[in-house]
Design a protein around this ligand. Sequence first.
Ligand code: HCA
Ligand code: CU
Length: 391
Amino acid sequence: MGGRMNSSERVRILDSTLREGEQSPGVSFTNSQRLQIAWALDYFGVDAIEISPIISNQHREACKTMTKQGFKAEIVAHVRALPEDVDVALGCGASSIAAYHSVSDIHLKHKLKVSREVAVERAVKTAEYAKAHGLRMRFTLEDASRADPKFLQEVAKRVSEVGVDRISIPDTVGTMLPSGMYNLVRIVKDVVDIPIDVHCHNDLGLALANSLAGLEAGASQIHTTVDGLGERVGIASLAEVSTALTIAYKMRLNLKLEMLRELSEMVRQYTGLNIPPSKPLVGDNAYKHKAGTHLVGVIREPSTYEIVPPATVGNRRRLVFGELVGKSGALFLLRTLGLDLGEEDARKLARGFKRLMKGDLFELTFDENMEREMIKLQEQIQRDPVDDQKR
Ligand code: HCA
Ligand code: CU
């Protein structure tokens, strides 16, 4: 992949927790939850928040209220490519919409039972209608990743001629590899000159990689949801995308990353769904350190095993004490407990841990006081040679 990012165009994040996220099996928010999520996302700093007003009266109400909140984020009303859906968005006071229509033959033939010509006609008609009403508009080429590239280009060209402001290229079924997503964005960029969104489903676990590949090919807006919620197994997660852009791409996006864990907890509380402890950045295990060599590394200098400090994403560091704890881990524990014992005692404690039972015995969670304490303890333990190679 080769650095085709256009640096003059700032990369944007569109969060679709309230639209795609609500398509997660088992998820439905109340309007006050929708608003609280929208407020939190706006405060976090996403550029756009998407909601679908066509689902129910409740969704229409939520969409209306959100457009009146004076958010910094753009509120995008997500609708089908039908003029009457555009009317629904207008009725909510929306100034920005996204209309979607499938472009793959498999969808046209089996889902919509319409020809390619009808698809183009609907897309163009809806775009003309929305633009005539002064709306900012994104057009989504649904199932773009399985469409005939020539037809994909044709629809992209036709809607851009009508004046749509952005085009979304979704990998609707999550079938792409990063190189394929890169090429897909290039194919569309070759024929249109408007900003491009990528919306990547996670069916192969490649949603984040594919979103970033799309970005490298020149897309300028990535779709996310909190914890990656969405249809089936969802799309790229807000935490992963925003942190990757910040630390791996070194972009300054003005995001309050320290809210990420809290955002995840809030949404989990509303959905009643748990996330796996192994969830990157916001999961319970994201900052747990267990093996003796890892403990000694982290005690001496956390960056030995952490890509960003836990506080950066609002998470906590935890040290796991059990059979894998080494001498330095044991010494750290003794000092933390205020026991001024020596190295030999630490060694015995480490052996004792091994004898006690298999597995994890307990965790030390770090609050701010502990962090300060750790710095002091680090200095003492710094002096000990590493003998934890063998745990
Ligand atoms: C869906 C549609 C969509 C639309 C994405 C977009 C997709 O499956 O309900 O508007 O950018 O994945 O194609 O979510
Ligand atoms: Cu989707």
